[in-house]
Design a binder for this molecule. Structure first.
Ligand code: FAD
Length: 279
């Protein structure tokens, strides 16, 4: 289908984008267009104005930021997947970006668009929640930082205000921590029916800290706190994986029933924790 008519503006800076967002109601930002344009073609979204961020090359970067790696919101999935700094310090992000869609999607879609869209089936949101990433937002009153865990509010709902632009994502350097992201798809290169992100910090054979977050097991990425606490040694993997299913409220849809998703989450959590511990 063809989208409903809309006006088109090009932002020449983040400040300009914020200003344009405030000029007319129902104005939407356009990044890679790989979530918004399909919705517009189906007429599920009918923005009056599109503000194109695509020429803001200043928002396309991966930088060393001390104990964190800073990622510009317009960085494309393909570039995350191949970035040497991320591969060295936060391979969970580069690995997951390589699992998104097909090459065309990865060459157009951006990390900022994936997060701002607020789709519970997207892969990067759960990964960022597991990493306790920080998100930098710029609005009419300046900049603010939010933990990823507080950003997602519901299906396609986030903490972004009507004039906010997501500008940067900061992820921690993982050091020797083990990590994994596993997703189950019905077809190759598809969205996750269920995904599990895991980060495990060990010292002298003891597990010191675990983070587990789930994709498509609720309206937002789900942090599996009970399962995290259950993982004290490598022998607890089965118990922790069982706990994952109990602390989520998955949907039933054409990709699978809620019960099937709980089963998948347990199986994937077991494998993800084993992989993270062995890395
Ligand atoms: P856009 O479509 O341009 O924007 C999406 C939303 O975010 C819009 O509401 C827009 O206004 C808002 N927005 C964009 N940038 C900003 C910003 N900087 N600040 C504030 N708001 C902003 N995703 C997965 O995770 N896993 C998959 O397996 C997967 N498979 C896909 C397969 C296909 C065929 C397609 C078409 C998409 C797939 N996607 C998948 C989605 C893909 O990753 C999208 O690119 C991504 O979700 C949106 O990024 P975008 O840059 O295209 O954003």
């Amino acid at each position: 289908m063809i989208p409903a008519p809309f006006d088109y503006e090009v932002a020449d800076s983040v400040e300009h984008a914020v200003e344009l967002l405030g000029e007319r109601e129902d104005t939407k930002l356009l990044a890679g267009g790989h979530s918004l344009i399909p919705l517009m073609r189906l007429r599920f979204a009918r923005p009056a104005v599109l503000v194109d961020l695509g020429r803001l090359d200043s928002l396309r970067y991966v930088r060393d930021a001390g104990e964190q790696v800073a990622i510009g919101a317009l960085t494309r999935h393909h570039d995350l997947n191949h970035d040497p700094l991320l591969q060295e310090h936060c391979p969970l992000v580069s690995h997951t970006a390589g699992l998104i869609g097909d090459p065309q999607v990865r060459h157009r879609g951006t990390i900022g668009g994936s997060i701002a869209h607020g789709d519970p089936a997207s892969d990067l949101p759960a990964v960022l929640v597991a990493l306790d990433a920080e998100l930098l937002l710029q609005g009419p009153n300046g900049e603010r930082t939010l933990p990823a865990g507080e950003f997602f509010r519901g299906v396609f709902e986030t903490a972004l205000g009507p004039q906010d632009v997501l500008t940067e994502i900061r992820v921690p350097k993982l050091g020797p921590s083990g990590w994994s992201y596993l997703k189950f798809t019905r077809r190759a290169q598809d969205w996750a029916t269920v995904g599990v992100a895991a980060v495990v910090r060990r010292s002298n054979g003891t597990i010191e800290d675990t983070a587990i977050a789930l994709t498509n097991m609720g309206a937002t990425p789900v942090r599996a706190r009970t399962a995290e606490e259950a993982l004290r040694t490598a022998d607890d993997v089965g118990t922790a994986a069982e706990a994952v299913a109990a602390e989520s409220d998955p949907p039933s849809d054409t990709s699978g029933s809620a019960d099937y998703r709980r089963h998948l989450a347990t199986v994937l959590a077991q494998r993800a924790l084993e992989e993270a511990i062995s890395r």
